[in-house]
Write a protein that binds this ligand. Structure first.
Ligand code: PLP
Length: 405
């Protein structure tokens, strides 16, 4: 708080992969905002679709039998590409709301199946699952859990790449008490960490063996960031629930959701009188759905999912120029269009503010990166970035690190 009291960075406008401040200086958007602006900035197709929808039907709710065509079409399109049989789509206004929706769906699913004691959640120590009540208590990053008093769910945290620890935890709690395991396919806020080969497949199998619901949190990973629609396809996963947000509208308007497999959804749809008593006001908002549809059109027309897969290697290669830098501990990347440059603990040890000064120095040199996990400069550029711009991004990070040292 003290840091931003007198020192603010006002973003004035944006176009493509570039942001401009009020003085007209431009910056390469190395993070696509908060991992979301997958199609880049200034897309007039999305602006026009939103304006047209607002003129026709600005907003209306989708409870009971009320619905609207943009929300219906969005659900149809997402269901058609979701890696699960006959997925139902529950629309929300963002990632955190989607996590809480998935957690409530998981518990109510078990209650409806006559196993109300299945309320326990599992997740990983470096995970982030949003800011809502259940998401705060499910996620692992300590600083985000501390100080809020009693959290609202029993959660057991396990190591991020140790499938056997998950198995042992489920067995020690008792599978009959566990509702679901939440996992980001690639840890985002935990520092852009891809899974070891075989890990995700192994945890999905362990969940299936113990009848524990597997919730893939693809809020970051979806809509091209990891090369597929829902961010789990490259591992052949078929989760019970998938949470999404961010790239579904490229952040032009706030929208998220949960893709729900038929097995889970049927409990609510097939039983007479059953319902899911949970409905955010703006769920299925037609104008926001129109933004998502226009965004999906761009992703399809410009083949940006394939483009992301083409660019993940070049992004990693560009960042690897920093691997031999004396201040750099590790460069991560190569799984999706995201990466991290982790700074040596010894370099950061005596200077608490150094990592933030590095991030600001990178900005002074003309690129936006974020600090995550207290020790890493993280990037996740728009999927429309060029290879030359990826090189420029890496050069700018190097110049910023050198400038701050
Ligand atoms: N889940 C993951 C993996 C995220 O990275 C985030 C946000 O960064 C969320 C959930 C929460 O999404 P939102 O900020 O839209 O509530």
């Amino acid at each position: 708080m003290a840091e931003v009291k007198h020192d603010r960075f006002v973003v004035d406008r944006a176009e493509g992969v570039w942001l401009y401040d009020a003085d007209g200086r431009r910056y390469l958007d190395g993070t696509a905002g908060l991992w979301y602006c997958n199609v880049g900035h200034g897309r007039t197709e999305i602006v026009d679709a939103v304006a047209a929808q607002m003129r026709r039907l600005d907003n209306y709710f989708t409870f009971n039998d009320y619905t609207n065509e943009p929300a219906e079409e969005l659900a149809r399109r997402l269901s058609a590409v979701a890696p699960m049989d006959e997925a139902k789509i529950f629309l929300t206004t963002g990632g955190g709301e989607s996590i809480d929706t998935a957690a409530k769906l998981a518990r109510l699913y078990w209650a409806r199946r006559g196993q109300p004691e299945r309320v326990h959640f599992l997740s990983r120590r470096q995970s982030y699952h949003g800011t809502n009540g259940l998401g705060t208590s499910i996620a692992g990053i300590e600083g985000n859990r501390d100080g809020f008093g009693t959290l609202v769910s029993d959660t057991t945290l396990v190591a991020h790449d140790d499938a056997e620890e998950l198995r042992a935890a489920i067995e020690s709690i008792g599978p009959e008490k566990v509702a679901a395991f939440f996992a980001e396919p690639v840890l985002g806020a935990g520092g852009a960490r891809a899974p070891q080969p075989g890990y995700l497949e192994a945890v999905a199998k362990i969940c299936a063996e113990h009848d524990v619901l597997f919730v893939a949190d693809s809020v970051i990973g979806g809509f091209g960031r990891l090369g597929g629609w829902f961010g789990v396809e490259r591992w052949g996963l078929r989760p019970d629930l998938i949470t999404f947000a961010k790239g579904v509208t490229s952040g032009y308007l706030p929208l998220g959701g949960v893709a729900v497999s038929a097995q889970v959804a049927d409990v609510f749809w097939a039983e007479p009188g059953a319902s899911f008593p949970h409905g955010p006001t703006y769920s299925g908002h037609p104008t926001v759905a129109a933004a998502a549809l226009a965004n999906l059109d761009i992703l399809e027309r410009e083949q940006l999912l394939a483009r992301s897969r083409e660019l993940e290697g070049p992004l990693h290669d560009a960042l690897l120029r920093l691997a031999k830098h004396r201040a750099v501990a590790e460069v991560r990347g190569g799984t999706g269009l995201l990466g991290a440059v982790e700074i040596e603990a010894s370099v950061l040890a005596d200077d608490k503010g150094l990592i933030t000064r590095m991030q600001k120095a990178v900005r002074e040199h003309g690129a936006i990166v974020r600090v995550l996990a207290g020790n890493a400069l993280v990037v996740s550029p728009p999927l429309t970035i060029t290879e030359d711009e990826l090189t420029l991004l890496a050069e700018t990070i190097e110049a910023g690190i050198d400038g701050a040292l």
